[in-house]
Design a protein around this ligand. Structure first.
Ligand code: CP
Ligand code: NVA
Length: 301
């Protein structure tokens, strides 16, 4: 049995196979060739934070595989009344085939995972968002081919999505340049583990110089709402503008995991412009995660 808590849980070969399968699922979906290989399989999805894309992609994806997904929130389960996460993991494992958890603490997710006896998927923690990277890489490969040896510029907060980009840079062997203000660097241990794959700098212009892919994310992630004013000041010079996009390679792509704030981390003429692939990136959450669920269900059986 395998879990997916981090990009580093997969080998390079497994990661590549999952995104290739995701592309195949996309082609089948667009051609109306739906197959439902997993009837009666059930996914429990626990969301302790908000979600649009993650919730809909997992729920629709499980329906398309022939199974069923349950949305569980602390507000209307016993979790909100203090039932321990570990007990919830044990109980759900008796009833479902897969569990997805979106929560705050990554250690909390790891404890949940230790108590579970079915595969657990990280639907985002404060440390990582690995499902996002499956979709992002599937999108890059579909548009431009292999990312090995390419340069990716991350502009803004060294947050959960950035940490997962760092893991992916190491796994798929691309160069990641991270531009963030002092005090907002990515997780030190994650960075150290990536060795030479990721470099942190303060200048967004330097990071974007000749980059093949430019990525940004919100300045305040979920759970950081009280820091919004302070962060708005700290990140004021970290917006992805059209002028900055001109520093990247001519055929550079722009990605954002969404939700986005136009006029903050990215200007409207970039996210809504020709180089942006954010809608395919969001759509590929469905296909990449179907491939992930298939991988985990097949490993389990
Ligand atoms: N990108 C992403 O995970 O979006 P949601 O928060 O809407 O799930
Ligand atoms: N970094 C953002 C990603 C949202 C999908 C957050 O954690 O809120």
């Amino acid at each position: 049995m395998r879990h997916f808590l981090s990009v580093a849980d997969l080998s390079q070969q497994e990661f590549r196979a999952i995104i290739a399968r995701g592309s195949e699922f996309r082609r089948q979906f667009e051609a109306g060739e739906l197959q439902s290989p997993f009837p009666a399989k059930t996914l429990a999805m626990i969301f302790e934070k908000s979600s649009t894309r993650t919730r809909v992609s997992f729920e629709a994806g499980m329906a398309q595989l022939g199974g069923h997904a349950l949305y569980l929130s602390p507000n209307d389960t016993q979790l909100g009344r203090g039932e321990p996460m570990e007990d919830t993991a044990r109980v759900l494992s008796q009833m479902v085939d897969l569990i997805m958890l979106r929560t705050y603490s990554h250690e909390g997710l790891q404890r949940f995972c230790e108590a579970a006896t079915v595969p657990v998927i990280n639907g985002l923690t404060d440390l990582y968002h690995p499902c996002q990277l499956l979709a992002d890489m599937q999108t890059y490969f579909d548009y431009r081919g292999d990312i090995k040896g390419k340069t990716v510029a991350w502009i803004g907060d060294g947050n959960n999505v950035c940490n997962s980009f760092i893991n992916t840079a190491k796994l798929l062997e691309f160069n990641l340049r991270i531009a963030c203000p002092a005090g907002y660097s990515p997780d030190e241990a994650v960075l150290k583990n990536a060795e030479n794959a990721a470099t942190v700098m303060t200048s967004p212009d330097e990071a974007m110089d000749g980059a093949d892919l430019v990525v940004t994310d919100v300045w305040s992630s979920m759970g950081q709402e009280s820091e919004t004013n302070k962060r708005t000041v700290a990140f004021a010079d970290y917006r992805v503008t059209k002028e900055r996009m001109a520093l990247a390679a001519k055929d550079a792509l722009f990605m954002h995991c969404l939700p986005a704030h136009r006029g903050e981390e990215v200007d409207a003429d970039v996210i809504d412009g020709d180089q942006s692939v954010v809608w395919d990136e969001a759509g590929n959450r469905l296909h990449a995660q179907k491939a992930l669920m298939e991988f985990l269900l097949l490993q389990k059986s």
